[in-house]
Design a binder for this molecule. Structure first.
Ligand code: ZN
Length: 277
C-alpha cells in the first residue's frame, strides 16, 4: 500500500465532543477550514436544533457525517427505565437518519445494582428491540466496548471479544463494532479479535486518542495521540489489514484541552494525527 502524503487529512474525522467549547456552527467552519473532512456528531449538539439544517450546514462545509454518538444505555433494574432507553434509541436512530449519519454508536450501558451478565442480557434485548428500525432507517448500530473501569455504569461490554460474541449471538448484519483504542489497547486478545471483526466484516469505526500516565480523571483526561502509551500505528495497522478504510476519528475528552484555545488544539490534533496515528 502506498502511504498517503504527509498533509493528507482526507480520512481525519473529529468528534464534536473533542472540541466541546465549540457550537456546531463553529465546529463546522473551523473543521472545514482546517481541512478535516469527517465529523462525528454528539447528540447534545442536536438538542433543540433543526436536524435537517445541521445536515445542510455540515454538507455546506464539505464535512461527511461519520456517525452519531451515542445510543445505548439499555440496562436497568427498572423495567420502565429499560423501555425509556429503547424509546430513546429509536429516537437516536431517527436523528441519525435525518442527519445523514450511517452509524449510531452504542455505549451499551450497565447498572451497578445488578450483575454484569444481567446487564449484558438486557443490552442484547435492547439491541433486538431497535435493530429493525435501524435497518428500515438505513442506520447501522456499532457496539463500542468500553474500558473495564466503566463497567459499573457505562458499559457491561468491556472487550472486543464480548462485542464480537454479542454480534455473533444477535447475528444481524445491521450490527457491528466500533474499535476505540482508548478502551481496548491493553487487551492481549486485541489483534485476534480485530481479525475476527475483519472476517465477519463488522468493523464499522475506529476511534483514536491516547492514554496518559498518570490519568487524573477517569473520564475527561484522555491524551492527544502521541502523549501516552497506546501503540496507535500498530492498532491502526491491524484495523486496516482487515480492509478498514474509513475515517480515523479523534475522540478526546479532556478538561485540560477544553480549557485551551480550540483553534490551537485543532492544529495540535492535525499534527498528532500525521505524526503518531
Ligand atoms: Zn469512542
Amino acid at each position: 500500500m502506498i502511504a498517503p502524503p504527509l498533509t493528507d487529512f482526507s480520512r481525519l474525522c473529529v468528534h464534536t465532543i473533542t472540541t466541546k467549547p465549540w457550537s456546531i456552527e463553529q465546529a463546522a467552519s473551523h473543521y472545514s477550514a482546517a481541512g478535516v473532512r469527517g465529523v462525528t456528531v454528539w447528540r447534545q449538539w442536536l438538542e433543540g436544533r433543526n436536524i435537517a439544517a445541521v445536515r445542510r450546514l455540515l454538507a455546506d462545509n464539505g464535512l461527511t457525517v461519520v456517525s452519531l454518538c451515542r445510543g445505548g444505555f439499555f440496562p436497568s433494574v427498572d423495567a420502565a427505565a429499560r423501555q425509556t432507553a429503547i424509546d430513546d434509541n429509536l429516537r437516536a436512530i431517527d436523528e441519525a437518519a435525518e442527519l445523514g449519519a450511517p452509524l449510531l454508536v452504542l455505549v451499551c450501558g450497565a447498572d451497578p445494582r445488578q450483575p454484569l451478565v444481567v446487564s449484558r442480557q438486557q443490552i442484547a434485548d435492547g439491541i433486538r428491540a431497535v435493530v429493525d428500525h435501524a435497518r428500515a432507517s438505513g442506520v447501522k448500530l456499532g457496539i463500542e466496548p468500553l474500558h473495564p473501569m466503566y463497567a459499573d455504569t457505562r458499559s457491561a461490554i468491556n472487550t472486543l471479544r464480548q462485542a464480537n460474541d454479542m454480534c455473533d449471538a444477535l447475528s444481524d448484519p445491521q450490527l457491528g463494532v466500533v474499535v476505540d483504542v482508548y478502551h481496548l489497547w491493553w487487551d492481549p486478545e486485541l489483534m485476534d479479535q480485530i481479525l475476527r471483526c475483519g472476517r465477519a466484516r463488522r468493523l464499522l469505526a475506529f476511534h483514536v486518542s491516547d492514554w496518559r500516565t498518570p490519568t487524573e480523571d477517569l473520564l475527561n483526561d484522555r491524551g492527544l495521540m502521541g502523549e501516552g502509551c497506546i501503540p496507535l500505528r500498530q492498532i491502526r495497522g491491524w484495523v486496516e489489514e482487515q480492509g478498514f478504510d474509513g475515517f480515523i476519528e479523534v475522540e478526546i475528552f479532556s478538561n485540560r484541552y477544553w480549557a485551551t484555545d480550540q483553534q490551537d488544539f485543532l492544529e495540535k490534533i492535525k499534527r498528532a494525527y500525521l505524526e503518531h496515528v
